[in-house]
Design a binder for this molecule. Structure first.
Ligand SMILES: Nc1ncnc2c1ncn2[C@@H]1O[C@H](COP(=O)(O)OP(=O)(O)OP(=O)(O)O)[C@@H](O)[C@H]1O
Ligand SMILES: O=C(O)c1ccc[n+]([C@@H]2O[C@H](COP(=O)([O-])O)[C@@H](O)[C@H]2O)c1
Length: 212
């Protein structure tokens, strides 16, 4: 991790994901958020235990290493391993509580794609999340997530109070999905341009996503 505490952080972005692997849409989303929301820092958090996904994630050490590579050289991005280090399911509300305590002066902005926005009502303590952070959603190609397990289906809608506070992040629609990238690697197809070059190299060097 880089700097863990910076007194000048007034606007803090929080971006979690499986990052299995991190891809160019993740990088674009963070960059769009930094510009539009004038964020002083973004915490990028690879998920520890993704309670909402049916698939077993790749080893946390690989996902963390790739996330670091994806954001290397970005001075306002801190790749934060707390969800990986925490035991039990990774609940975003716990991460937001931690960050609120560490940055009591900062406004927190929770960054996510539209597929996750649709499942927000099923998130653990979503009302509390809505109190602590401003939720900012980027549009996402609707076809992309049709066949991947991005989140649980909410049984009830999001409250009007939270819905009304959601901000839209403008970024071009990007068809990237980690599911797609894993399939491409498994079937020996190129992923150049879909992930940062250093991430592509890491995937190949460590033989990730290959059938045994
Ligand atoms: N192409 C995209 N456009 C906008 N947001 C995206 C895109 N891909 C991922 N995101 C957002 O990034 C966050 C982390 O996503 P995640 O690491 O699960 O990637 P993913 O591509 O959705 O992975 P998978 O296909 O394995 O479910 C989520 O909030 C997700 O909505
Ligand atoms: O806290 C929750 O209940 C919760 C439910 C679904 C998703 N999330 C978080 O949302 C982020 C994106 O999820 P995903 O599935 O797109 O990788 C990641 O940080 C997850 O931990 C969190």
């Amino acid at each position: 991790m880089g700097l863990t505490q910076a007194p000048c952080v007034q606007r803090l972005g929080v971006f979690g994901g499986a990052f299995d692997p991190p891809h160019q849409a993740h990088v674009a989303l963070v960059n769009a958020a930094m510009t539009q929301l004038q964020l002083d820092q973004v915490r990028v958090l690879p998920t520890g235990q993704a309670w909402h996904k049916t698939r077993t994630l790749s080893e946390a050490a690989h996902r963390l290493a790739m996330t670091r590579l994806a954001f290397e050289g970005q001075s306002r991005v801190v790749v934060d391993d707390r969800e990986i280090m925490r035991s039990g399911p990774s609940y975003t509300v716990d991460t937001l509580h931690d960050l609120q305590a560490e940055f009591p002066q900062a406004q927190l902005y929770l960054l996510l794609g539209n597929d996750q926005r649709r499942s927000l009502a099923a998130w653990h303590q979503i009302e509390e999340i809505g109190r602590i952070a401003i939720i900012c959603a980027a549009s996402r190609d609707t076809g992309v997530k049709a066949w991947s397990d991005s989140g649980s289906t909410p049984s009830q809608p999001l409250s009007d109070a939270i819905e009304a506070r959601i901000q839209i992040l403008n970024m071009p629609l990007m068809p990237h999905s980690a599911t797609d990238i894993r399939v491409l690697v498994a079937t020996d197809q190129a992923i150049s341009g879909l992930v940062p070059t250093a991430v592509e190299r890491y995937i190949h060097e460590h033989h990730l996503y290959r059938p045994h």
